[in-house]
Write a protein that binds this ligand. Sequence first.
Ligand SMILES: CC(C)(COP(=O)(O)OP(=O)(O)OC[C@H]1O[C@@H](n2cnc3c(N)ncnc32)[C@H](O)[C@@H]1OP(=O)(O)O)[C@@H](O)C(=O)NCCC(=O)NCCS
Length: 148
Amino acid sequence: MIKKLMKSDLSQMLKIWNQHHKILTTPRTRHTKKSLTEWYQNPGKEKYGFFGLFETNKLQAFMVVKYKNDKTLWIKQLACDKKEYRKGHGTALVKYAIKQAKKMPIFSEVMVHNFEALNFFFKQNFTIVKYNERLQEFTLRYVPNSKL
Ligand SMILES: CC(C)(COP(=O)(O)OP(=O)(O)OC[C@H]1O[C@@H](n2cnc3c(N)ncnc32)[C@H](O)[C@@H]1OP(=O)(O)O)[C@@H](O)C(=O)NCCC(=O)NCCS
């Protein structure tokens, strides 16, 4: 079941975040309960959505999306518990984001060496549209029905 993350879910989110903190943001931030709560409560100027995929109340994967100017949707952070890889949780969250976007263009950013995530996004019909040399990051765009 996918639903909005509540403040009470942040302890579970923290565990998954810190499994992947080196690849989830450019500053490679490792969160504490305090810093994650502060970010959740005040993620930035734009509208954000925090979503979690739960199985019997256990958070298995999460996704943070940004609705930029209400015109494009950005999958900013997406991560699955390492023990729960390759069970389709990441795919389910991306499909949920596609529904949330209601036909808005959808983008994400992935570090160039993160081959696993690149392969994952290619499988979800995302394609590379930009390379940021300074950040060593690709911008990906969802292209419905593209087959790579
Ligand atoms: C990327 C990530 C979210 C994928 O989650 P997941 O639930 O394991 O993915 P799925 O089970 O939905 O995988 C769907 C397909 O993506 C591809 N894929 C997923 N993980 C892969 C990997 N490690 N290596 C190669 N391909 C992979 C496969 O084609 C897979 O289909 P298959 O299992 O039938 O072969 C997960 O690996 C993760 O949390 N990575 C660390 C964080 C990260 O890199 N996030 C993305 C940048 S923000």
